[in-house]
Design a protein around this ligand. Structure first.
Ligand SMILES: C[S@@+](CC[C@H](N)C(=O)[O-])C[C@H]1O[C@@H](n2cnc3c(N)ncnc32)[C@H](O)[C@@H]1O
Ligand SMILES: [Zn+2]
Length: 195
């Protein structure tokens, strides 16, 4: 019997349970460094709309499908989202999120072998008024040797005060940090308390 050639290639990835958290996305075949794997899709809403959608959520619940594009746009993959919403955070990731024309793409930053879980660094933004246990709430379970223990961006080291400029340092003290969305980071938590 004549064989029909299978022209359909195996999909790049599959969604299944993850040891990191809930569902994750796993390479179904080798993915070369530089490959654009998937676009992060979902409802495109304003920060205010995103806040309103998840207003009543427990502040200790860190789960989110929101992705900040810029200071105006948030993608809510909880509505009309695709598989990209299942990619977990990793502190030693094999992917990164990139922005092009206000669209978010997940790209391989190294060659990924079949079966490997895809991850990118969420780098969730810290705020001046974070709860003392914020790192506990956003604890990371990626399992990397270099895991920083948190899905939040690395805490900034306090700047050393210049010996000759004590007044300037004092002047900066207590300044309210402007909460501006970082491009390409997973949902900026600062604007979505109660998510
Ligand atoms: C975009 S979803 C990823 C898919 C998620 N695993 C699921 O099944 O819905 C992001 C959420 O997954 C969880 N998550 C992702 N990476 C994590 C990690 N490294 N450690 C702990 N929780 C993680 C957090 O609750 C986070 O808000
Ligand atoms: Zn980690």
């Amino acid at each position: 019997m004549k064989k029909t050639p299978n022209r359909r290639r195996t999909p790049l990835f599959e969604v299944r349970h993850s040891p990191i958290h809930g569902y994750g996305v796993f390479a179904a075949r080798r993915i070369r460094k530089g490959t654009t794997i998937i676009e992060y899709l979902g409802d495109r809403v304003s920060h205010a709309q995103a806040d309103a959608r998840y207003e009543g959520k427990d502040p200790n619940d860190n789960h989110t499908f929101l992705f900040t594009v810029d200071a105006k746009i948030v993608i809510d993959a909880g509505v009309n989202g695709n598989e990209a919403r299942y990619i977990n955070h990793g502190c030693d990731p094999n992917c990164e999120s990139t922005t092009a024309n206000k669209r978010i793409f997940i790209e391989a930053i190294r060659t990924i072998q079949p079966g490997e879980e895809l991850s990118y660094d969420y780098q969730i933004q810290r705020d001046g008024d974070d709860a003392p246990n914020v790192d506990e709430i956003f604890a990371c379970c990626c399992g990397a040797k270099s895991c920083r223990g948190s899905m939040l961006e690395a805490a900034k080291k306090p700047r050393k005060l210049a010996r000759r400029a004590p007044s300037r340092a004092a002047g900066n003290k207590g300044t309210t940090r402007k909460r501006v969305a970082r491009r390409g980071g997973l949902a900026e938590r600062s604007q979505r308390r109660g998510r």
